[in-house]
Design a protein around this ligand. Structure first.
Ligand code: FE
Ligand code: FE
Length: 200
């Protein structure tokens, strides 16, 4: 990911190392994802509770445990930089989580809600994948080797989670959600046929 072109400055501030502008950006990004992961630790149990499919519940519960690990790994990243672990409110995650809440509050059929929850969860995973990808790219430039390894471990888990959710959606949840729609469509069609019959 080449997201750092604009932050490259020449001269003293552009030099590599802990005082550089890129390093400041890296630390800001770390604070953002640290807060985002903590928001997720709170949101995932609610998503698991709202899920109907046992497998989806299991996927959310499993990822909750992983997410707690992501928080701990980020604490280690801060430690490796000799910095206190601090978060800065992540607006993007707040938005993604509140979209998830909307789905839970909506009056949906169980399987349709599951399909929507998977979509919401995947948006979260993609935000994390983009964030960790950027962090790793910046850590490479900065030579933060320990951070690279820790961030890569988490990135791999986020990608795996995203793939698992796709698999679950395609093999089960979307199929059932579609069947739910078909049942209703059939009922509607029958109703329409009756109307037609009456007209003739
Ligand atoms: Fe995570
Ligand atoms: Fe995640």
């Amino acid at each position: 990911m080449k997201a750092n072109t604009k932050t490259k400055t020449s001269g003293k501030n552009g030099s590599k190392g802990s005082g550089s502008a890129l390093n400041e950006l890296f630390v800001e990004e770390l604070k953002d994802i640290f807060d985002a992961e903590k928001q997720l630790v709170k949101a995932l149990p609610k998503m698991a509770k709202a899920a109907t499919s046992d497998k989806l519940q299991g996927a959310f519960t499993e990822h909750l445990e992983q997410t707690k690990g992501h928080v701990q790994r980020l604490e280690k990243v801060f430690q490796s930089l000799d910095m206190p672990a601090r978060g800065k409110h992540c607006m993007a995650m707040e938005g993604l989580v509140s979209e998830g809440k909307e789905i839970m509050e909506d009056d949906l059929d169980d399987t349709v809600r599951d399909a929507a929850l998977i979509g919401a969860a995947q948006k979260v995973e993609h935000y994390e994948i983009a964030s960790y990808g950027t962090l790793i790219a910046h850590a490479r430039h900065l030579g933060h080797d320990e951070a690279i390894e820790l961030l890569q471990e988490t990135l791999d888990e986020e990608k795996q989670t995203d793939e698992n959710l796709t698999e679950l959606a395609e093999s089960e949840v979307n199929v059932e959600a579609e069947a739910e729609g078909e049942d209703e469509a059939e009922e509607d069609e029958e109703g329409e046929e009756d109307e037609d019959a009456g007209e003739e």
